[in-house]
Design a protein around this ligand. Structure first.
Ligand code: PLP
Length: 391
């Protein structure tokens, strides 16, 4: 008796699937990786293996170079999803008697505030709506008014809406007041320029699986060496102690605890592909082209973006829900999934919405494929237009 294998997660037989048969991930992460990045994982390395230690060293060096931090900054990698390294950054750099001002305009800023609640760190919140960037002038005022604030935390691209925060202007204000800046650049690092030689910060965190297109599994912190040295003893957590992780890794090139070896091998390959694409300029260029195709195509179908183009980062785009009574998001989502494209629900409080990502190993062909799947799906649902209800 022969039996058909069960339809796995990669069964996108009805649509235009990737080379592995998996759907294209137009999401904030995990993201589509290249076949060569996936292949790089097909090895078992011991943590003390000299070849592995060399790959790890090279990865850290490349990440510092991408940040523009050679000579001033160091790279400390950490096991876990992106949130682990955000938590590590806050726990390490904000001392127990410090005070953190958090700029919030979405879920990731809110998450930083929640982490500080767990850790009992003093915070001040400065919040703008999800479709409004952080305000440098308001930050200037807040820092002038409260000398107790030691650190400021900001999100470069707030993935909740896709809004780009004015990081260079914010960094200037923080530096002018002599405070330290901590950046969550998770969904921007590698695609949106942020050079440590021009934009001063004490620490920045990102992960292996967003714009750098590795597999999920590790984050990293780019830290000003002197700030990291001064952070010794601050961490309320052993496994998230970046200073300890750094000191140990500098000593023998090894991770303190089991390293995510496969993830690092994939990341090494992803970083080689990143360089081959032309670094931040090349990667950012492809994402901007993806974003343009997506936004123009969706507008042609009547959809409306949450953000004006000037505030939109080429990372993920938020669209208002259409008002057509035949539109049903679950049906829309499932139909696109069957056609080989995974999109993402909205996470906004200001409007009913959904999101489509531009990042990961996707190009013009995949974006056009997604648009044609969206068009066919709308026709199948009997939806005439993507126009939302008038605000
Ligand atoms: C993805 C992301 C994170 C981390 O999320 P994880 O799900 O923990 O990987 C943090 N901040 C921003 C801005 C992100 O986009």
């Amino acid at each position: 008796m022969t039996s058909k294998p069960p339809a796995g997660p990669g069964d996108a037989s009805a649509g235009a699937a990737s080379p592995t048969g998996d759907p294209w991930l137009l999401t904030p992460g995990p993201l589509t990786t290249s076949p060569t990045v996936k292949q790089a994982m097909l090895h078992d390395f011991g943590s003390r293996d000299r070849g592995f230690i060399e790959v790890n060293r090279r990865m850290r060096e490349r990440l510092v170079a991408i940040a523009g931090g050679e000579g001033s900054h160091v790279c400390v990698p950490l096991q876990g999803s992106g949130t682990f390294v955000v938590e590590a950054m806050l726990g390490n750099f904000v001392p127990r008697d410090g005070k953190l001002l958090i700029l919030i305009n979405g879920a990731y800023g809110k998450r930083m505030a929640k982490i500080c609640d767990y850790y009992g760190r003093a915070t001040v919140i400065q919040e703008t709506p999800e479709d409004v960037p952080a305000d440098p002038a308001a930050l200037d005022k807040a820092l002038a008014a409260d000398p107790a604030i030691t650190h400021v935390a900001a999100v470069h691209c707030e993935t909740t809406s896709g809004v780009l925060n004015p990081m260079a202007a914010l960094a200037d204000i923080v530096a002018k007041h002599g405070r330290a800046l901590l950046i969550d650049a998770m969904s921007a690092f590698g695609a949106i320029p942020l050079d440590a030689r021009e934009v001063p910060y004490d620490a920045l965190v990102a992960s292996s699986n967003k714009c750098l297109e590795g597999s999920p599994g590790m984050g990293f912190c780019i830290a000003r060496r002197t700030a990291l040295e001064a952070a010794k003893g601050n961490s309320p957590s052993l496994s998230l102690d970046l200073h300890d992780q750094w000191v140990a890794m500098e000593k023998n090139g090894q991770w303190r605890f089991t390293p995510p070896t496969h993830c690092i091998l994939a990341f090494d390959q992803a970083l080689a592909e990143f360089e081959a694409e032309g670094g931040v300029a090349g990667r950012g260029g492809r994402y901007r082209a993806n974003c343009k195709i997506l936004v123009e195509g969706m507008r042609a179908l009547g959809f409306k973006t949450l953000l004006p183009d000037a505030l939109q980062a080429p990372i993920i785009v938020t669209f208002h829900m259409p008002s057509d009574p035949h539109f049903d998001f679950e049906v829309f989502y499932d139909s696109l999934r069957r056609k080989g494209y995974v999109i993402y629900p909205g996470k906004l409080t200001v409007a009913e919405s959904f999101r489509i990502g531009c990042i990961g190993r996707l190009g013009a062909e995949e974006m056009r494929g997604a648009l044609s799947a969206i068009k066919n799906t709308l026709a199948g649902m009997g939806v005439k237009t993507g126009v939302p209800a008038a605000a």
